[in-house]
Ligand binder design. Structure first.
Ligand code: IMP
Ligand code: MG
Length: 175
């Protein structure tokens, strides 16, 4: 069977949900400025779409982490491959992720970022796979809870492919 992608969450549904999240976040941060942190590369599509739907002032920064693992599961030992450009001191930080799976990457990352003295720090993820959680991370905003399936699209990749799909899908036909 040739490799193909089956749609799990269509583009319109993803857009609608991001719109709702943007509205909720804008209300909860009324009168403040949000410092959005994107975890590259997967979080970038979601963060851009979300930022466009937030109506309070935002600033943005990007970081890249690599976690030592076997490719399909993370070990929890995270290396910062690209650090943030700006300090977090006194800022209202919102970390934006593509997906939380075991929670190991985020658990470790949030620990590092908390030491940089933000005024507040919250977490927003497009997708959450709660069944796979091994580290307890508090997620403040979730786009969709999904079952334990490997998904692609909207920034998520399978061997660096499919990040550009405008919907969330499941890869079929791979060993
Ligand atoms: P965690 O440390 O297990 O929570 O791993 C989180 C990271 O693994 C995410 O930021 C993704 O980069 C990657 N990941 C986890 N599940 C999937 C998936 O279903 N598709 C694509 N990447 C995934
Ligand atoms: Mg990620």
């Amino acid at each position: 069977m040739a490799e193909s992608v089956k749609v799990m969450i269509p583009e319109e549904e993803v857009s609608k949900r991001i719109e709702e999240l943007g509205k909720k976040i804008s209300e909860e941060y009324a009168g403040k400025q949000i410092h959005l942190i994107c975890v590259l590369k997967g979080g970038v599509f979601f963060m851009c779409e979300l930022a466009k739907r937030i109506t309070v002032p935002v600033s943005m920064d990007f970081m890249s982490v690599s976690s030592y693992g076997d490719g399909t599961s993370s070990s929890g030992v995270v290396k910062i491959a690209k650090d943030l450009d700006e300090s977090l001191e006194g800022k209202d930080v919102l970390v934006v992720e593509d997906i939380i799976d075991s929670g190991r990457t985020l658990y470790y990352l949030l620990e590092i970022l908390a030491k940089r003295h933000p005024n507040s720090m919250k977490l927003c993820t497009l997708l959450d796979k709660p069944d796979r959680r091994v580290r307890d991370v508090k997620v403040d905003y979730v786009g969709f809870e999904i079952p334990d399936e490997f998904v692609v699209g909207y920034g998520l990749d399978y061997a660096q492919k499919y990040r550009n799909l405008p919907y969330i899908g499941v890869v079929e036909g791979v060993e």
